[in-house]
Design a protein around this ligand. Structure first.
Ligand code: CS2
Ligand code: MG
Length: 415
């Protein structure tokens, strides 16, 4: 079973997606997601110009050998572009192997360790009434866990607020989606404003209001999105303790793992980190020192199923669970891979699930189910996702950038 063709397909039904489509000499097709939000074309070039020539004629059954070959023969290792490219090849080969075996991929990964995957959805609002509406909307959709993002008085546009989105992906009955698509189709990135002190004063009051309105039981999550210094992160974790969060995410930029020691010293709020990480080495210290409770790595950005599984196996030794990144910039192919891996591993924690737009669901034909807040990848052989190449061709790439932040004095800040 040899790789006969390798295509890099770029489409932009509701947002940009990069998909690697491998085909073997006996006609099996494997798909891999290589979408890196706001830098999509860098991965397209890495794949088309450097990786695809290496794949043609390779034995498609040798997944680990191909992974090691692509990682070590590049000489230049790690990083978001390289690891997204390797991830796409890895997942496409797992898709092919499971199709060849005539079984859904999770069966090949050791079978199901649970009946379905607990997910969380993104509720957000500029103010409390809008936020409460969004929470109710996600409860109606069936979500059993909810991420809470709120506007901050005095700040015009901040991360995670759907009503900030410049373009509607698709219309719900009420006319606006409650999900926040961060990348904006534009020739230049959008500048947002930020002030940590206003945020730190406001967010605990939001969680108090949400708990008062929706009660103590529902798991609530929050994404601080890399914006706080270690001591500010420690304070936020502490101030949110009374509201019993499922997790507090990306409290401080994670380039400096030691920063989390200070956070751990001050709070028992569970911590989730790692959506911008790309290899197990990014997680090594924070897992070994028990500085996080959830691994946020995504299959698409962590070198695929092969490498993320190794990272999660390492985390399991420290009773750290998965919390795979699942926003709309992880394509349906990347989401399917996350579902199969999540169903098979023992240390599954929760799966992020932002729902893709209608056009995206036409381009990517999917077999997963979402019932009672639980995802299941389905029983079709392989990943259970097929790419409608003709439909994909109707939506060419559109330049889009993630926003960035400036403080009141003009200083660039983490977005
Ligand atoms: C976020 C993402 O979902 C999350 O937890 O951090 O929305 C993130 O901002 C985007 O994936 C960036 O592309
Ligand atoms: Mg996040």
């Amino acid at each position: 079973m040899f790789i006969d063709s390798a295509e890099v397909i770029v489409t932009s039904p509701d947002r940009n997606f990069v998909t690697l489509r491998l085909q073997t000499d006996d006609g099996l097709v494997g798909l891999g997601d290589a979408t890196l939000n706001g830098r999509e074309l860098a991965v397209v070039s890495y794949l088309r110009d450097h990786v695809v020539p290496l794949l043609i004629g390779r034995d498609a059954s040798r997944i680990e050998d191909t992974w090691q070959f692509l990682y070590r023969s590049a000489y230049w290792r790690r990083g978001p572009v390289t690891m997204a490219a390797i991830a796409a090849v890895d997942v496409a080969l797992w898709d092919i192997k499971a199709k060849a075996a005539g079984m859904p991929l999770y069966q090949l990964l050791g079978g199901a360790s649970r009946t379905g995957l607990l997910t969380y959805g993104h509720a957000s609002g500029q103010d409390l009434p809008e936020l409460f509406d969004s929470v109710r909307h996600h409860l109606e959709l069936g979500y059993k866990a909810i991420r809470i993002q709120s506007g901050v008085p005095g700040l015009k546009s901040i991360y995670g607020i759907a009503s900030n989105a410049t373009f509607e992906i698709d219309q719900t009955a009420e006319g606006v989606r409650y999900d926040h698509e961060p990348a904006r189709r534009a020739a230049l990135p959008f500048e947002e404003d930020w002030d940590t002190r206003s945020y730190l004063r406001h967010i605990p009051t939001v969680f108090e209001a949400v708990r008062n309105e929706f009660g103590p039981a529902i798991p609530l999550l929050h994404d601080a999105h890399h914006r706080l210094t270690p001591i500010q992160a420690a304070r936020l974790g502490k101030d949110l303790e009374p509201f019993d969060l499922f997790w507090l995410e990306d409290v401080t930029p994670a380039e400096n793992p030691e920063a989390l020691r200070l956070v751990r010293q001050h709070t028992t709020t569970p911590l989730a980190i790692g959506e911008i990480f790309n290899t197990v080495w990014d997680f090594q210290q924070i897992i070994r020192e028990q500085l996080i409770d959830y691994v946020r790595g995504a299959v698409t950005h962590m070198g695929g199923i092969s490498h993320l599984r190794k990272t999660l196996d390492y985390a399991a030794q420290y009773q750290i669970k998965s919390g795979m990144h699942g926003p709309t910039d992880i394509s349906p192919v990347g989401m399917a891979a996350a579902m199969h891996l999540g169903l098979a591993i023992h240390n599954f924690g929760i799966q992020e699930y932002m729902q893709h737009g209608e056009r995206t669901n036409v381009v990517f034909e999917q077999s997963f189910t979402f019932v009672d807040g639980m995802l299941h990848p389905g029983e079709r052989p392989g990943l259970g996702v097929e790419l409608n190449v003709d439909a994909a061709g109707e939506y060419p790439y559109v330049q889009a950038y993630l926003p960035y932040n400036r403080l009141a004095d003009g200083t660039v800040h983490d977005w």
